[in-house]
Design a protein around this ligand. Structure first.
Ligand code: HAM
Length: 429
């Protein structure tokens, strides 16, 4: 390598966010809180490959979707197999359920996952090429109580972070029995409209997606469009009414949006989206629905499923929009205790104290290198530590250590031999 020329530094790929400290603490708080809420509702973790055989997504998500036709990161591996970085999680979960016969155990199979997904979208605020989701899937029982559970769980995920400025939109997309007739009606309606060429094409391939067109002029033409909700057959209608009734019972507020269509093809019956008003165009912070035909399409039994994917990146933007920061999330402290040894003998003692505190489960760090008290206190401040432990020659000689409460601005001396017990008491009380 030529070391005489200074090399250009690298940048992250376009549209791929880094989460660096201290904001990375908020990222973990959101992701882990979502996961925790899922576990409270009985979902078990599933860890899946980041890439899968391309056909899984083509067949599972649908060839006519933007996600599959335009946005996949697909490449041939060195063995000339076509593989794709997962654009979403549901197809992979279904593949694993079928492959590992999870559907032969107790039903429903309740699984959750968290991690990165990849879509080659045009990057903009809140729209990334590597996006992070936490998802849940409940597979094997066609019970509207599961739809309600999942929607209420998503609602709780956001509320438990303190978010308020969002709304839940819900719709039913019918199923294989009632959707084909509706689809034909909608197509007939759309054919009569003066739509541009691309939209006309979409009206043929995937007419429901036209309803979701955000352009005002298109929306104006669609005012009298037939709506799926008016064409549901009796079982789908009953399913939808049961779901909304249960949401009422649970006190989960929602708006019925009869024009909502999701960007993935596998949905049947219930679908929903959580929309945050502070995010501009990319306002969907999470969404999901029921996908009763998916397992059969992927070569498994004909079992139903329902789930959601919550966007971690957009939830972070929503938190920022509502002014909910690290402090409000309770993750502003890098450590709880910060050790400040003054001199070599003190440093040797401090290394032991800090190590013991960590072994007790207390987050602790100390100043390294030779810094005076003032510089070291800055380090404690920057770490947002609750306590500083100061140990100088004077304290060493007396067998004590100074414990500073940095929130209460108080200081006391404690016997060096007792400091770990004293700290334990403070954090347990
Ligand atoms: P989705 O609506 O495509 O659903 O994605 C879920 C969430 O991921 C979105 O609401 C959004 O918050 C986030 N998201 C999607 N694309 C991006 C992007 N480019 N940049 C940032 N965030 C993004 C699914 O993926 C389904 N698998 C959800 C599901 C699970 N349905 C049933 N089970």
């Amino acid at each position: 390598m030529n070391k005489t020329h200074k090399q250009q530094p690298f940048q992250a790929p376009k549209g791929v966010p880094d989460y660096i400290p201290p904001q990375s603490a908020a990222f973990l708080a959101v992701r882990d809180n979502f996961t925790h809420q899922a576990h409270l509702a009985g979902y078990q973790h599933i860890e899946l490959p980041i890439f899968e055989e391309t056909g899984l997504f083509a067949r599972g998500v649908g060839e006519s979707t933007d996600v599959v036709s335009k946005e996949m990161y697909t490449f041939a591996d060195r063995g000339e197999r076509s593989v794709t970085l997962r654009p979403e999680g549901t197809a992979g979960v279904m593949r694993a359920v079928i492959e590992h016969h999870l559907d032969q155990g107790q039903l429903p199979v309740k699984l959750n996952y968290a991690g990165p997904f990849f879509r080659y979208e045009r990057p903009q605020a809140g729209r990334y090429r590597q996006l992070q989701q936490v998802g849940v899937e409940a597979i094997g029982i066609d019970d509207p109580a599961l739809d309600a559970e999942i929607i209420a769980l998503a609602d709780r995920c956001y509320r438990s972070l303190g978010l308020k400025g969002f709304r839940l939109e819900i719709n039913s997309l019918g199923d294989d029995n009632c959707r084909p007739a509706y689809r034909a009606k909608l197509q007939e309606f759309l054919q009569k409209l003066p739509l541009d060429e691309e939209t006309q094409k979409r009206a043929i391939i995937n007419p429901l997606r036209v309803l979701d067109d955000k352009r005002l002029e298109v929306q104006e033409m669609l005012v009298d469009a037939p709506l799926m909700l008016d064409y549901l057959d009796a079982p789908c209608k009953e399913h939808f009414e049961t779901v909304t009734g249960l949401l009422d019972d649970l006190g989960v507020q929602y708006v019925i949006n009869p024009r909502m269509v999701r960007g993935l093809d596998y949905y049947t019956k219930t679908c929903f989206e959580f929309i945050h008003d502070g995010l501009g165009a990319q306002s969907g912070i999470g969404g999901g629905g029921r996908y009763d035909g998916l397992m059969g399409v992927l070569g498994g039994k004909d079992l139903s499923g329902v789930g959601f994917g919550l966007g971690v990146d957009r939830t972070l933007l929503a938190l920022a929009a509502e002014g909910i920061g690290l402090e409000e999330l309770g993750v502003h402290r890098r450590v709880d205790v910060y050790g400040i040894p003054l001199g070599e003998a003190a440093r040797k003692e401090m290394v032991k104290v800090i190590d013991k505190l960590r072994a007790q489960g207390i987050a602790a760090d100390m100043v390294y290198g030779s810094r005076g008290l003032k510089g070291a206190m800055k380090g404690a401040d920057r770490a947002r530590a609750r306590y500083a432990l100061v140990l100088g020659d004077e304290e060493l000689a007396a067998g004590t250590i100074a414990l500073r409460d940095l929130d209460a601005h108080q200081q006391e001396n404690i016997a060096l031999a007792d400091i770990c017990t004293a700290m334990q008491q403070r954090f347990n009380s």
